[in-house]
Design a protein around this ligand. Structure first.
Ligand code: A2P
Length: 332
């Protein structure tokens, strides 16, 4: 099996990337939605990047929201200046945040991402969510009922800014994240350039079969965030969600191959043509999560994993369910 998959932009994207939304209180330092401001976590990120490159990662997923782009950029610069890896062999994905959906703000957000990362081009830039939030310092601007405040602009405008950034040579491929199939359909009606990727939550308990089939038909590659079900997240994760990594079916398959349940979950996704971006701050688990190209699940095992679907999300984002572009109103 190849380590990369070809995007509709013509560029190759590694099937396994390093996720960088670490999700633990002490690592991300977001206290609660009301007070949610960006807190930078760059120092930890430089170390994580160095471990990730050593473990063999050549694809890193970040976002303006994560507050870690400067650290990631430094980590990238270090391996390049040390002569260990070429820039062209590293694939960087980032995203523009919901408070930047007017054309002008989206353009600024693109430049800001480039500046923070210290790169002269980004491999893949996504619209993080289809929802425009009120502009300002609040990352999640909420009203007194705890519901999100809509903002100016629209993902159509942000998309135009991304299209123009390709022409300007700042970005190689563009895509979306957390879009449902109807939102993609509406975007395709207007877009000059088709999205290369839709990044959504996907794992054995939330398999996204319909959305994956839709994206496949449209030539859009799916990237799975939380491919392990984000067991470490204590802030945002749906508390009802069981830990995938203790699932007995995954454990049984894993045992047969001398692998871990995490490796089986990741292998199942890539065998479905889905890119995975598991997160780990631990060098041993980083290595484990990328070591999934030396075994193969047979049809029976793939079917067994398919049977685990609970249609259950880790991230429901209830505080946004009042938004007219809230993506989870649709079945897929
Ligand atoms: P850690 O950083 O201590 O390795 P997801 O990518 O689905 O959001 O999951 C990330 C969470 O899963 C993190 O808390 C991470 O913790 C943990 N994790 C990552 N890889 C593994 C693994 N191979 N086995 C067990 N836990 C893992």
């Amino acid at each position: 099996m190849d380590y990369t998959i070809k995007l509709n932009s013509g560029y190759e994207m590694p099937l396994v990337g390093m996720g960088s939304w670490l999700g633990k209180d002490e690592e991300v330092k977001f206290k609660n939605f009301q007070q949610m401001k960006l807190t930078e976590i760059n120092i930890e990120m430089e170390k994580i990047m160095s471990d990730a490159f050593d473990a063999g990662y050549r694809h890193i997923d970040t976002a303006f929201l994560y507050g870690n782009q400067k650290g990631i950029g430094k980590g990238i610069l270090k391996v390049i200046t040390d002569g260990k890896i070429l820039r062209d062999d590293i694939f960087v994905t980032t995203k523009i945040w919901n408070t930047s959906h007017t054309y002008a703000r989206a353009k600024e957000a693109i430049y800001e991402n480039l500046r923070q990362l210290g790169l002269d081009y980004i491999d893949l830039m996504l619209i993080h969510w289809p929802m425009a939030f009120k502009e300002g310092d609040d990352i999640f601007p909420l009203d007194s009922n705890g519901k999100v405040i809509e903002g100016e602009g629209h993902f159509f405008e942000a998309w135009k800014a991304l299209e123009d950034s390709i022409e300007e040579g700042h970005v190689r491929s563009i895509g979306v994240s957390n879009f449902n199939h109807k939102q993609i359909e509406r975007l395709l009606e207007k877009a000059k350039i088709r999205p290369a990727v839709n990044q959504v939550e996907m794992h054995p308990y939330y398999q996204q079969k319909k959305l994956r089939d839709y994206c496949k038909e449209k030539g859009i590659i799916v990237t799975a965030f939380s491919p392990l079900g984000s067991p470490g997240d204590t802030n945002f994760r749906n508390k009802q969600m069981p830990n995938i990594l203790t699932d007995p079916v995954l454990a049984e398959i894993a045992k047969k191959h001398g692998k871990s349940p995490a490796q089986v979950a990741l292998r199942w996704a890539v065998q479905n043509g889905v890119i995975v971006i598991p997160k780990s701050a631990n060098p041993v688990r980083m290595k484990e999560n990328i070591s999934i190209f030396d075994f193969k699940l047979d049809n029976d095992e793939m079917k067994k994993v398919e049977g685990l679907d609970r249609n259950m999300r880790c991230f429901n984002l209830e505080m946004c369910d009042n938004h007219k572009e809230f993506p989870f109103k649709e079945e897929y």
